[in-house]
Ligand binder design. Sequence first.
Ligand SMILES: Cc1ncc(COP(=O)(O)O)c(C=O)c1O
Length: 390
Amino acid sequence: MFSERIVGSLAGGSAIRAMFEQGNILKKKYGAENVYDFALGNPDPEPPVSVINDLKKYAGEPGIHKYMANAGYPDVREKIAAYMKKETGVEFTGNNIIMVTGAAAGLSITMCSILNPGDEVIVIAPFFGEYKGYVGNFGGKIVRVPSIPGTFQLDVPAIEKAINAKTKAIILNSPNNPSGAVYTEESLKALNVVLEEAEKKNGNAIYVVSDEPYVKIVYDGVKVPAISAIFKNSIVVNSFSKSLALPGERIDYVAVNPAIEEADVLMDALIFCNRTLGFVNAPGLFQKVAAEHLDDVAGLDAYKERRDALYEILIETGYECEKPQGAFYLFPKAPIENDVEFCNRAINHRLVLVSGTGFGYPGYFRLAYCVSMETIKNSKESFAALRKEF
Ligand SMILES: Cc1ncc(COP(=O)(O)O)c(C=O)c1O
């Protein structure tokens, strides 16, 4: 008999992957150019040329393809610590940084390191559905707190109500997948007050795990508040998957706030989990390359152009939608209550969308605009026809 827990989870599946498969079926039937597939957040720009050049440069360096310390190359960790210090004002050193194989692994080793069975982890809906696995795999329980409808900002009083003695962590994801919302500094500071009070009352730390794959993908001059500067008990999970458009290469880092009590023990735990969960160490070549491109972002102007064009189409064709400040998603309101039914009906118009239910936030749907401007422009008639059905 296989693992009952895992086999039980299979039925839930992934809403994004299911629609991705749907898109492929439609493309076979109608031709790719006649399908408007907004299902998958797979960055379509190529990585910057300078990244490719650095890959070639480092690929021939003697010793680069060997095993190394499980936390990663010391020089890379130092470079990232200096960058984090510059960005946040927090005294990071290389000993607070661990290189990992993508944010997915970063979140997994974090949950593996902090959770005891039955611990609760607050997630803000809408949220990336994979959190259920990253938390559940280590005996944790997800507690879903909806964000404020429309703006998708933090509902701090609702978070306060959800906290109890079992609360071990809260996952923040700003800019958010799927809403594109960037949480305001004011709301984050208010949350910090709530967390500090709860920590005092319950006598244990509540870790803020900040999942930041989109932190560099922001528009209109918006600045994403630095989580490490606001929350003492913070663990930042970065990723180069989106910023450098290399999601297939699996490279990321986790930064542990030095102010965390026994931060050194947490680091040792993270390194242990990295090794024993089988990641061993992050890809060596990509560690070296990523550390040379900490400030770079692939395709930001193109994403902005697409966000504006798609947003305009949605508004013109009668959808209700907040204009997001970051990431590469739009999260409009479904014209009917049943968002799953709405996305199924969209298929008839060769539109591939993902239901808000898949992100723990029914009544909405997600569009990933990692597609060409041509696809966006050509999708207008389909959006209009779909809207007219309701
Ligand atoms: C919110 C969020 N967190 C984590 C991930 C995983 O990113 P990575 O490719 O770095 O593992 C994704 C990927 O889409 C994401 O959207």
